[in-house]
Design a protein around this ligand. Structure first.
Ligand SMILES: N[C@@H](CCC(=O)N[C@@H](CS)C(=O)NCC(=O)O)C(=O)O
Length: 214
């Protein structure tokens, strides 16, 4: 049995949980917050979440976990069978994380957790986000799924990260840069949210967010 460790406010935790749910893999959840405690560092090398515990040991880094799950539980595949299409699917994931989410993340403290970012940081992040979003728009198919006619792991990743990036942009810039670059994003979001796994992750995230902000 897989034990998923982390907390449901984290988009990387939710990315992993969504895949477990979509693939119908049995798992337990253990609430773990990031820290530098020795006990945690033995399970996750940088004290980050998410990580999973398997019968073979712990595994960190959400994308590594996704690929482990895909190889270990090939039923209900979440990547295309063709190797080029599979790489294109991973390309969407990497672009979203490296060129969009990681930039927006620099503003999460101010957007959600009572911290603050300098105007220089906000201006720099805005420029990087514009560039990253334009790049993703060049790759995304939305026909109707992001990689083509089939739901893939990239849909879950983009749906989850866009939730955080949109909310961050609205709070920090007063405008949603995601919607500006993806005019049909509302319809796509609705499509993903017809899926029971996405509904479960969104409901758990809302409850966790409310508890976390108390
Ligand atoms: N690249 C990592 C990112 C995970 C990550 O940044 N997790 C955050 C929570 S959303 C965390 O643990 N932050 C604590 C820290 O950076 O020390 C992954 O894909 O799993």
């Amino acid at each position: 049995m897989i034990n998923l460790c982390g907390f449901a406010v984290s988009n990387y935790y939710n990315k992993t949980k969504l895949v477990l749910l979509e693939k119908g893999i049995a798992f337990t959840e253990e609430q773990v917050f990031p820290s530098q405690d020795e006990a945690l560092l033995k399970r996750s090398p940088l004290g980050k979440i998410p990580f999973i515990e398997t019968e073979n040991g712990c595994l960190s880094e959400s994308q590594v976990i996704l690929e482990y799950l895909e190889e270990t539980y090939p039923e209900t595949p979440l990547y295309p069978a063709n190797s080029f299409e599979r790489a294109k699917c991973r390309e969407l994931i990497h672009h979203t994380e490296l060129n969009i989410e990681l930039h927006a993340r620099r503003l999460y403290k101010e957007a959600f957790f009572g911290g603050s970012a300098s105007d220089d940081t906000k201006n720099e992040v805005k420029e990087l986000l514009e560039k990253g979003l334009k790049g993703l728009a060049r790759l995304a198919k939305f026909s109707p799924y992001i990689a083509g006619d089939t739901y893939t792991a990239a849909d879950g990743v983009v749906w989850l990260h866009f939730f955080m990036v949109s909310a961050t942009c609205q709070k920090i810039y007063g405008t949603d840069l995601v919607a500006a670059h993806f005019p049909d994003i509302a319809a796509y979001k609705q499509l993903i949210e017809t899926r029971p796994a996405a509904q479960k992750v969104a409901a758990d995230r809302a409850a966790a967010m409310a508890a976390f902000l108390k």
